[in-house]
Write a protein that binds this ligand. Structure first.
Ligand code: NAD
Length: 296
């Protein structure tokens, strides 16, 4: 019997990731609260089935979530009084893989509740953005029991290139939040450098070239400044609100382990203010325009 893989969340990332699984020949059952997202996915992947509700996932051996936050993941795993979630519906020995960027503490809690029902959980967030989701070269950081991660390796290989088991439950989500902290700090530093340099009369494209051949080089200088900021496109495909959420997750982690994270606190405040000031769909590269409009 063919085993069914459930996939919940067909947004900017989930859409291409689920598409890679379908292209690799997996039998997929998909869901998203946005009907338009499901329709777009089914149009591009006609062999895939749409779930009418969470109950349709009951027979799936693996259910992958690619959702905005821990709240959304909780809502599909725990369900509600009106609609039971995966916790109630899935068979023992099935696996929930949360590939969203969720909160590590809440992931540990959820993994414990699922384990009590004999259901395994992996947290397997990704890095690389929409471009690498489309070409299947994401970096995937996996937390949870290693034998279960090994069991799911072929699924990860359909979506990613660098797949690394990083520890027990929540470890993937912890390293993902910290990675995005480093990434957000690099983007703000690069954006502020451009703003200061321009005010001094420097050409921002020339500055970017210099950074990229010097020690200031980082992912943002290489892959964001010219492509999405200097081009005026501001459409990298990762929303500013999601980055704000990830930074709050990193800061909460720091607080939970008793670390001050001085730069982190300042950075969280900055991104949070920007998220409040900009429209909900603003791309994270809009942080440049936000900083530029706030210069004295
Ligand atoms: P998105 O907002 O584009 O997509 C989220 C999807 O989830 C939407 O289609 C939404 O309708 C759906 N959804 C929300 N609640 C739901 C629910 N309860 N049940 C079913 N569907 C629901 O977000 P995204 O950019 O695809 O990001 C998804 C996750 O991946 C986030 O946790 C994000 O932080 C992380 N991430 C994003 C990127 C990126 O470049 N966009 C990169 C790495 C990680």
């Amino acid at each position: 019997m063919t085993q069914t893989i459930g996939f919940i969340g067909l947004g900017m990332m989930g859409m291409p990731m689920a598409g890679r699984l379908a292209a690799a020949g997996h039998t997929l059952l998909v869901a998203d609260t946005a009907a338009a997202a499901v329709q777009a996915f089914l149009k591009a992947n006609p062999t895939v089935t749409q779930a009418a509700g969470l109950t349709d996932f009951a027979a799936a051996c693996v259910v992958i979530t690619m959702l905005p936050s821990s709240d959304a993941v909780d809502s599909v795993v725990r369900g509600s009084d009106a609609a039971p979630g995966l916790l109630t519906l899935l068979q023992p020995d099935s696996v929930v893989i949360d590939m969203s960027s969720s909160e590590p503490g809440r992931t540990r809690q959820l993994a414990g509740e699922l384990a009590a029902k004999g259901i395994h959980m992996l947290d397997a967030p990704v890095s690389g953005g929409v471009k690498r989701a489309v070409d299947g070269s994401l970096a995937i950081m996996v937390g949870g029991p290693e034998p279960i991660a090994t069991r799911c390796q072929s699924l990860f290989e359909a979506m990613g290139k660098t797949i690394r088991h990083v520890g027990g439950p929540g470890a993937g989500h912890a390293v993902k939040a910290l990675n995005n902290y480093v990434s957000a700090a690099g983007l703000v530093a690069a954006a502020e450098a451009l703003i200061v340099g321009q005010a001094f009369g420097l050409d921002p494209a020339v500055m970017t070239d210099v950074f990229n051949s010097s020690t200031g080089r980082n992912n943002s200088t290489e892959n964001k400044l010219k492509q999405f900021i200097l081009s005026g496109k501001f459409d990298a495909g990762f929303s500013l609100r999601l980055m704000d959420k990830d930074l709050a997750t990193a800061l909460k982690l720091a607080q939970d382990v008793g670390q001050p994270m001085e730069l982190g606190r300042h950075l969280v405040g900055l991104w949070h203010d920007a998220a409040g000031a900009l429209p909900p769909q603003a791309d994270h590269t809009e942080i440049f325009r936000y900083l530029d409009s706030h210069k004295k």
